[in-house]
Design a protein around this ligand. Structure first.
Ligand code: GAL
Length: 667
């Protein structure tokens, strides 16, 4: 469906959120003229316009919106039309107080910010669906509207609610999942701590429980599943109105690795996968996180195409310190996303706000106006993106390495009352992804029940929860010649968060050829030495190698002599295990081994340089994004689509620069 939008745009998308209601009428014309100057061809309109579109329940003011849409259309700018339901107006809360959010301690959250609604509130769903329907009827045939943007970043501020309505909805959700109380009791393990349920009505959401205690873990896991599903029902209520009345594709913007929402379960409901990705500036490697977020989006889209709906031209306003982007950094970030499958680059937002909580957030058009470095960079990038129109017909990068990732496992792995609070799923995924990113080895995220055909290497960083199908799939992958690397605390529990008995990690023990007898997490900051690969932190274990070869054992601590890193020949494949959190150099050595076993070619590494390929019918397009402070020469020939320069053998990429080399396809 993205293709359809791109055909309308005549190339890749470039633009951002447009909030004209924050400005007087005369600014709109200036906006549109400047948008044209910057080659903006798509804007997201109306995300926070509910209060001005429907100033009172059931009474609408569309005149100003009509005008904006017509102005944009006259300028050839297409619209991703929001259903405006992300922030219900004050009248809504006033009239429907039961739709307010209630937190785990029973405190009611008031309106005055945004997204102040309970996802299970029938009043909210009815009001949102009515607005979506009204907009669909009014604008479904407007020539500017090329896609629908339902709500905004579901769950960003309201991923859970502990009100009575939510409690009832939770019980109904559980009844649908389990059918009988007997099954629920079994799944939740309620024989423990006298938690056996004899009536559905006795079940309450796992909010604040008795002091210093822990709510039933499976109830917590089901609560996460329920909360994600309830938000999805909100999306569905609106999407259904749009789809029954209009023909444009429907999306809602995801938020990369956003823990509360299981995007794998949402993706089939989307016509277009779209994503918001913001640079986390206090991370030691923000450019890698950008790549990782983009890599995740491909996993959610059937054809690997998706759209970067929001990122920032420079600073945001919501981190502890909000530095500006360095010259060239915005361009590199945007092109990193396009290289990895995005159908364009969109920003929050078009014009920097004067008032409100986001007035210090950067925009395409800064407070200081057009005579600024930022504006010049934005306009230059618009021209660059226009030169990449040919990519609209290309396929996103392919990969031979897969990281298995699952929100259910993430939720379960980080429940309370576990061996170590230092264990972080995202942290481990990020470190493992970095090993591939820094070697320019392409990687896809895959759901554990997904298809592993075509991959040479499969990685299980912190995949704590695995159902039987996932376990069988991984075993089959290795048996038939694949290479696996499993990290500690993977394959430990089933889908109910029950331990797989007989030695850890029960789901993949035979494949790995080892048995872990006891976990022995390390005190904060303590390192444990290994016979090879340096030292580890966070975790150690008492483990015995059965059929596996020991690559390294612990040299000190309680686990001294136990297997820390192992290799097992299983079927015709290789299964490696890593039982601790190795420091960087050791982790890198393990990855060298894994990639060697998997026969994945590693290009000579260019530190801080991203090299990614997309493929068209006859051409290949190599993005070389130089994040480093040094010029690099890469052995890739082609014509740089951005400058028009042809590089016959190899290409010089100056520090901080990007080239997109077009060449005849070689495969
Ligand atoms: C997103 C949101 C935008 C804006 C932006 C600021 O979370 O969708 O509306 O708030 O962040 O970075």
């Amino acid at each position: 469906m993205m293709r359809r939008v791109l055909d309308r745009l005549g190339g890749l998308a470039f633009g951002g959120d447009y909030n004209p209601e924050q400005w007087p009428r005369e600014v709109w014309e200036q906006d549109v003229a400047l948008m044209r100057q910057a080659r903006v061809n798509l804007v997201t309109l109306g995300v926070f316009s509910w209060a001005l579109l429907e100033p009172e329940e059931g009474s609408y003011e569309f005149g100003w919106f009509d005008e904006v849409l017509d102005l944009l259309h006259a300028a050839g700018i297409a619209v991703d039309l929001a259903t405006a339901t992300a922030s219900p107006p004050p009248w809504f809360t006033h009239r429907h107080p039961s739709a307010r959010l209630v937190d785990a301690d029973g405190v009611v959250r008031q309106h005055g910010a945004r997204q102040a609604f309970c996802p299970s509130s029938p009043d909210y769903r009815v009001a949102a669906a009515r607005l979506a329907r009204t907009l669909a009827d009014r604008y479904g045939a407007h020539p500017a509207v090329v896609m629908w943007h339902v709500n905004n970043e579901y769950g960003c501020h309201n991923w859970q609610c502990f009100c009575q309505t939510s409690a009832i909805a939770f019980r109904l959700w559980l009844e649908r999942r389990y059918g009988t109380l007997e099954k629920l009791n079994a799944a939740w393990g309620t024989a423990f701590w006298s938690q056996h349920y004899s009536a559905w009505d006795h079940i309450v959401p796992p909010g604040a429980v008795s002091y210093n205690s822990f709510a039933n873990p499976t109830s917590q896991l089901d609560w996460s599943r329920f909360c994600s599903d309830e938000l999805l029902e909100c999306f569905r209520a609106e999407a259904q109105e749009l789809r029954s009345r209009t023909r444009q594709p429907v999306t809602t913007n995801f938020m990369s690795f956003f823990k509360p929402v299981d995007y794998f379960s949402w993706a089939p409901d989307m016509d277009i996968i779209s994503n918001d990705d913001y640079l986390i500036t206090d991370n030691e490697n923000p450019a890698q996180l950008t790549a990782m977020s983009a890599d995740l989006m491909r996993a959610l889209s059937p054809d690997g195409q998706w759209l970067l709906m929001e990122h920032s031209t420079s600073a945001v306003n919501w981190q502890q310190r909000n530095p500006a982007k360095a010259p060239g950094q915005m361009r590199r970030n945007s092109l990193q996303h396009i290289a990895r499958g995005s159908a364009g680059a969109m920003y929050f937002q078009w014009r920097a706000a004067r008032a409100g909580a986001e007035k210090f957030h950067s925009a395409m058009l800064p407070h200081a106006g057009v005579d600024t470095a930022r504006w010049r960079e934005v306009a230059a990038l618009g021209a660059d993106v226009a030169k990449l129109g040919v990519l609209a017909r290309s396929t996103p990068p392919a990969a031979r390495v897969a990281i298995l990732f699952d929100w259910n496992s993430w939720w379960a792995a980080e429940l309370d009352s576990h061996p170590s609070a230092d264990f972080s799923v995202f942290g481990q995924v990020q470190r493992w992804h970095r090993e591939l990113w820094s070697r320019n080895v392409g990687v896809n995220f895959v759901h554990p029940n997904g298809d592993l055909a075509g991959y040479s290497v499969v990685l299980l960083p912190a995949l704590y929860l695995m159902d039987d199908d996932a376990a069988a799939c991984v075993a089959e992958f290795v048996a038939s010649g694949g290479t696996l690397l499993a990290g500690y605390f993977s394959g430990i529990v089933d889908e109910n968060e029950h331990i797989r008995l007989g030695g850890y990690p029960g789901a993949i023990k035979d494949v790995l050829g080892i048995t872990v007898e006891e976990f022995d997490p390390l005190p904060a900051g303590v390192r444990i030495r290994l016979s090879r690969f340096g030292s580890g932190t966070i975790w150690s274990e008492t483990a015995v190698a059965g059929l596996a070869d020991v690559l390294a054992e612990y040299s000190d601590g309680n686990a001294r002599g136990s297997v820390a890193v192992s290799h097992h020949r299983f079927g015709t494949g290789h299964a490696l295990y890593l039982g601790t959190e190795l420091e960087d150099a050791g982790l890198s050595e393990v990855f060298d081994e894994v990639l060697r076993f998997g026969a994945v070619d590693v290009d000579p590494a260019y530190t801080g340089v991203d090299i990614v390929q997309r493929f068209g019918p006859a051409h290949q397009y190599s993005f070389v994004i130089n994040h480093s402070g040094e010029a690099v020469t890469v052995p890739i020939p082609g014509k740089d689509l951005l400058t028009g320069t042809t590089w016959p053998d190899s290409t010089l990429v100056p520090a901080g620069e990007v080239v997109v080399l077009e060449a005849q396809r070689t495969n």
